[in-house]
Design a protein around this ligand. Structure first.
Ligand SMILES: Cc1cc2nc3c(=O)[nH]c(=O)nc-3n(C[C@H](O)[C@H](O)[C@H](O)COP(=O)(O)OP(=O)(O)OC[C@H]3O[C@@H](n4cnc5c(N)ncnc54)[C@H](O)[C@@H]3O)c2cc1C
Length: 463
């Protein structure tokens, strides 16, 4: 075993929080090492947010081209070239990696490519990707390990070599028929993209309800829109067994309310949830406790059970978004600077990048009812927002929840074009504690989607 090398700051895993922390700490003069086994910059730029949105945009282009005549442009026969789709995505990822490497260099962070595991408290043994090992110790150790796609225990599934999001974003061919196991955001985004590239797509959702965390009207609108594009969605349907091999031909036997049924397809994508990357890396030897779901147990300052060890991002049970991981970095940074920043009561928005997008912040109706929060509700169809008519995208709606006893906005949801942008306006008003009337009466640019907030909030019933 090599002799231990000591760092002031030692980070395992280069996700959103970890890399920002590395650059910040090294940039302020602390001897900092980052250990990363594969993805320079973590999941977001390599295999998750950015590449998925890149390919979703290619799918959007394919969709527009297919409907170009409606907009007054006629063109010749169009075809999707998945190798070119992948090339555009890979070019973007390569640029991201180069940008990350520049940041590591400029900040003075030592980037160590290898797999780390604890051999003692605050002590990592790193199996280097280039061969050999290094032993590293840190005054302060940060874990930003992320999660990976869960593969459910269904007979024949593993042998079928199913796609996860990683392989799905690397395909250079168009699946003839793609089965998507799981109706969560990863599954829905990729299902629609592949449908728009031209594949037959079937989504298998085990739960009786679609998009179970959303209000019924939101979930039903989304379901209707996906079905409207020719995506088959089977609800309350359990996968029983799989045969064949993804990429060639796969058979899936399911149990649905109508009975047992066999589906034959060319490819199968698994998107049923995430498993934290916390097993087999000696966290017990480091004194780092896990919660019952296998995530690292942390307090609201992201401190673990081991003194001098913090966990950040998804492995710490933070909301599974890049912007939440980024905020974990800010919690650590500000607390180190003597502040008192916590993860409690964070307002974390999100956007499902289907077309149209679904975005939400704060409470929805279901949560308000569960928590016994009295609200006033306003809803506006997107067809009433003039901008939606100019682009022929009038499906969906906006919804606002306002406190019953004062004028604070407690929640906002939108399914419609640019929902991911409009939600930021509602969120800003919520963060500022603005009365809904101030946003209602604001002069907003015409014709934009955000302009719809005025008529939406005009519908809030008087208290
Ligand atoms: C398909 C898909 C699309 C998504 N789209 C969005 C989106 O649009 N918007 C959004 O906000 N979020 C999205 N997410 C979620 C988002 O990617 C994550 O929440 C985000 O990347 C934050 O992750 P993180 O910081 O916890 O860790 P990660 O970015 O996952 O980083 C963890 C790193 O740790 C490394 N690692 C793990 N164990 C070890 C070890 N023992 N040794 C060395 N290295 C190790 C891993 O290789 C990895 O690079 C998406 C996720 C997926 C799967």
């Amino acid at each position: 075993m090599s002799q231990a090398e000591h760092y002031e700051i030692l980070i395992l895993g280069s996700g959103a929080a970890g890399k920002l922390l590395a650059w910040h700490m090294a940039g302020s003069g602390r001897r900092t090492a980052m250990v990363e086994r594969r993805w320079i910059g973590g999941s977001c730029p390599n295999i998750a947010c950015l590449p998925s949105k890149n390919e979703i945009w290619s799918a959007e282009v394919a969709h527009l081209v297919q409907h170009a005549a409606e907009f007054g442009t006629t063109n010749g026969p169009a075809a999707v070239n998945m190798a070119a789709v992948r090339r555009r995505k890979r070019d973007m990822v390569d640029r991201e990696i180069a940008h990350h490497l520049e940041n590591y260099k400029a900040s003075g962070t030592e980037l160590i490519m290898g797999t780390g595991r604890f051999v003692a408290p605050k002590t990592l043994e790193v199996q280097l990707n280039d061969g050999g090992t290094r032993l590293l110790t840190g005054d302060r150790v940060f874990l930003n390990l992320g999660t990976h796609a869960a593969i459910p225990n269904i007979p024949g599934l593993e042998a079928a070599r199913p796609l996860t999001h990683i392989e799905a974003l690397e395909l250079d061919y168009l699946p003839a028929h793609l089965i998507v196991l799981g109706g969560g955001y990863v599954g829905l985004e990729l299902a629609q993209a592949y449908r728009r590239f031209g594949a037959e797509v079937t989504i298998i959702e085990a739960g009786p309800e679609f998009a179970g965390r959303e209000d019924r009207d939101v979930a039903e609108t989304l379901l209707e829109m996906l079905r409207g594009e020719g995506i088959e969605v089977l609800l309350d349907t359990k996968a029983l067994r799989v045969d064949g091999r993804s990429g060639e031909s796969v058979g899936l036997v399911v149990q649905s309310p109508a009975g047992e049924r066999r589906l034959d397809a060319s490819d199968i994508l698994v998107a049923v949830g995430r498993t934290p990357n916390t097993s087999g890396i000696g966290l017990d030897r480091a004194g780092v406790a896990l919660d019952p779901r296998g995530y690292i147990a942390v307090n609201d300052r992201l401190e673990t059970s081991a003194p001098g060890v913090w966990a950040i991002g998804e492995c710490a049970g933070s909301p599974q978004f890049t912007h939440a991981s980024l905020d974990d970095f800010r919690v650590i940074r500000d607390n180190f600077a003597g502040g008192a920043r916590s993860t409690r009561n964070r307002l974390v928005p999100y956007c499902l990048f289907t077309d149209p997008q679904l975005a939400r912040v704060g409470l929805n109706e279901t949560e308000a009812a569960l928590k016994g929060v009295a609200v006033r509700l306003a809803k506006l169809p997107m067809s009433a927002v003039l901008r939606s008519r100019t682009i022929s995208e009038t499906g969906g709606f906006m919804k606002a929840l306002v406190a019953a006893d004062d004028d604070r906005i407690l929640g906002f949801a939108m399914i419609g074009p640019e929902a991911g942008e409009v939600v930021a306006v509602a969120q800003t008003a919520m963060l500022a504690g603005m009365p809904y009337t101030a946003l209602r009466d604001a002069i907003l640019t015409h014709p934009t989607m955000a302009e719809g907030l005025g008529p939406l909030l005009s519908r809030v019933p008087a208290s």
